[in-house]
Design a protein around this ligand. Structure first.
Ligand code: GUN
Ligand code: ZN
Length: 650
């Protein structure tokens, strides 16, 4: 069973139960060639701290010495590795070297019998240059074999490989079919040629297509992804496991792997690495080493570099800066930059998993940043949900210091002395009404000054969209005293804009949906502000505390009277997670909602969204934040679906 612990978009940290204990993801599994050990498994475990490795059952099975030992001692004793051992099936060998004549049934049984923790089906490796027909036939065979293997796996976890070459529809279809079979891990296979040829943009398409069809509660392994420069990108797209033979292969060619790319010893002028392998050696020493000794050192360097990058990725998932990490890593090579740009094409799919907010600031790293799903979200929600205030004019400011209302306080006050005006900021996030200036990611994003051409273009586009929708009699770009003079001549109505009320309205609609402000704020509205920051803290309507505004992301947490109002305006399943009866008493006590108890969920719920937990009669049970999307809630058999903040007792 796989449990999602923390997530950022499609990336996740998790825990996979195996016969040799839990495996924490993201995880890198070094490839151990049982006939050619570069770094002994025991050292991988004790010194490096790897908790899982992958080896090849086909090689073991065909080796006259290893075969009987594996059967007698078991894989773990034979390799002297106490952690998780995954085995591959020989697909790759048969494909690359044409050697194999083994049957799926035999190799699966063999993997199980030697005590593999995660065995692999004998899938058919689909090459990127294959025709669609040939690929589709191969996928069918892989599927038949997967079904067969699932019946043989016993206590072993089984890896069912997604194939389908570069055909996105075949990948997605294969993934969907695999999701129906009783397997435990999903490697994405047939991608080694894409990686070797630096066809990373196609790799992005392949991963996304596979993810679309797979069951989200199963970990995804990117077969043969062993270069640290790829880990962040692959994790961002939802890959949980990697394996690497590259550390040893590259070492044999005197090549050092870094997250920034590969460096050949012959090109290097020095060793600027502080990993335990390189630390006590000079460049000259390494050059002067005997080949075997040098390979041993570089292989260890490559492992340290890979391990460190996996840990960096894990930290990024926890801290919320994975996008920044990916964008930086993808500047290591133009082909990676192409891949990053390709990620932008999948914005709409990624948006479904995009959290409502993050703890970390959004840092602009280049034009590709504008393709992050958070920008699409803002654009869509603004256009669909924003209700313009009923003022006579609108003044547009340039992007500036944040929060905007504080930065432009003096200018706004001057305009409002004589004029019924509203205010927008022409921001890279989009056209931002001044009252949304504290909401994620508006306040929490940083852009270079001056903006680059792509950013200027986006700002122009977004402001133009807005200009088609708005209802002001006049809109002007702020230009100091000249603007005041113009407005003094044109304006006839007294000022009516109340930024506090507008803020509560705009955030309500943005967060909960069009019309939310209407139902929430119907009555006498009172706002309580923080004495230290002056920010809105609590919203009361007719004396009832309905909402609290979070200082860090500018969104609301719901209070029970607010939920009652929201429920009346939005029919089930909107904004709700419906739980089964046996969960209800626990949630009323403030306990979290676990996946297995979810009966229904609003498909529009995004991670970290504020949701109402209701029973099957649609009565309020608790309030909290969704951790998962609807599909994820249904598919995970363990883990938290909603982090409950407040139970509602009867
Ligand atoms: N190793 C690298 N690629 C693959 C693949 O597509 N299938 C299997 N079984 N192993 C691999
Ligand atoms: Zn090193």
């Amino acid at each position: 069973m796989f449990e999602l612990i923390r997530r950022d978009g499609l990336a996740r940290t998790g825990k996979l139960d195996t016969p040799h204990g839990p495996l924490e993801t993201p995880a890198l599994l070094p490839v151990v060639n049982p006939r050619l050990v570069t770094v002994p498994p025991r050292e991988l475990y004790d010194t490096f701290g790897f908790r899982a490795i992958i080896t090849n059952s086909y090689i073991i099975r065909n080796d006259p010495q290893l075969n009987p030992r594996a059967k007698a001692e078991g894989l773990h004793a034979m390799l002297d590795f106490p952690g998780v051992i995954m085995t591959d099936s020989g697909t790759f060998q048969s494909h690359m070297y044409g050697e194999v004549e083994v049957r799926n049934e035999d190799i699966v049984n063999f993997q199980r019998d030697i005590g593999s923790d995660i065995g692999t089906v004998l899938d058919i490796f689909t090459e990127p240059e294959w025709s669609k027909e040939r690929t589709a036939q191969a996928v069918d065979v892989t599927m038949d074999r997967t079904v067969e293997a699932a019946g043989l796996k016993g206590g072993m976890l089984l890896a069912g490989v997604v194939q389908g070459s570069i055909y996105e529809d075949l990948r997605e279809d294969c993934a969907r079919r695999l999701a129906l079979v009783d397997v435990d891990v999903h490697p994405i296979g047939g991608v080694v040629p894409l990686m070797e040829q630096y066809r990373f943009a196609e790799l992005v398409d392949v991963i996304v297509a596979s993810k679309k069809g797979l069951d989200p509660s199963r970990p995804v392994h990117l077969f043969g992804a062993g270069h640290p420069m790829l880990f962040a990108l692959a994790a961002l797209l939802g890959c949980d496991m990697f394996d690497s033979a590259s550390y040893a292969k590259f070492a044999r060619d005197d090549r050092f792997m870094f997250p920034e790319g590969t460096a050949s010893l012959s090109d290097m002028k020095g060793i600027h690495c502080h990993c335990p392998a390189c630390q006590s050696h000079t460049h000259q020493e390494i050059v002067a080493m005997k080949p075997a000794e040098r390979t041993a050192l570089i292989a260890r360097h490559n492992l340290w570099a890979s391990l460190e990058e996996v840990q960096r990725v894990r930290r990024a998932i926890l801290e919320g800066d994975l996008w920044e990490l990916v964008e930086r890593r993808c500047r290591a090579h133009p082909s990676l930059l192409s891949a990053l740009r390709r990620v932008g094409k999948h914005q709409e799919y990624l948006e479904r998993f995009e959290p409502l907010s993050r703890d970390n600031s959004l840092l602009y790293t280049g034009p590709e940043t504008l393709e992050r799903p958070v920008f699409l979200r803002y654009e869509k929600r603004f256009l669909e949900r924003y209700k313009y205030p009923d003022t006579e004019v609108m003044v547009a400011f340039e992007e500036a210091g944040k929060p905007y209302a504080r930065h432009y306080a003096r200018q706004m006050a001057e305009v409002l002395e004589s004029c019924d005006s509203h205010f927008f900021v022409a921001s890279p996030i989009g056209a931002v009404p001044i009252e949304l200036d504290e909401m994620y990611p508006v306040a929490q994003s940083l852009f270079p000054d001056p903006p680059d051409e792509e950013t200027k273009e986006r700002i122009r586009e977004q402001m133009e969209h807005m200009s088609h929708e708005q209802t002001y009699s006049l809109g002007v770009a702020w230009d100091g005293q000249a603007t005041i003079d113009t407005l003094n001549m044109m304006c006839s109505k007294p000022p009516s804009f109340d930024i506090d009320l507008a803020r509560v309205r705009a955030v309500s609609d943005y967060q909960f949906g069009k019309g939310a402000a209407e139902v929430l704020l119907n009555g006498r509205v009172e706002l309580k502000k923080s004495e230290t920051t002056g920010k809105i803290r609590n919203v009361l309507v007719d004396g009832e505390h309905i909402l609290s505004m979070r200082a860090n992301d500018g969104f609301f947490t719901l209070r029970p009277p607010g939920a009652v109002r929201l429920k009346s305006g939005f029919a089930a399943p909107r904004l709700r997670v419906t739980v089964k009866d046996d969960s209800v008493p626990f949630n009323r006590e403030g306990k979290n909602v676990f996946c297995t108890f979810v009966r229904e969920c609003d498909p529009e719920v995004r991670p970290m969204d504020e949701v109402m937990v209701v029973n099957e009669k649609d009565e309020l049970v608790a309030l909290g934040r969704a951790i998962l999307t609807r599909e994820e809630m249904f598919s995970f058999r363990t883990g938290i679906a909603v982090k409950v903040r407040e139970g509602i007792k009867l």
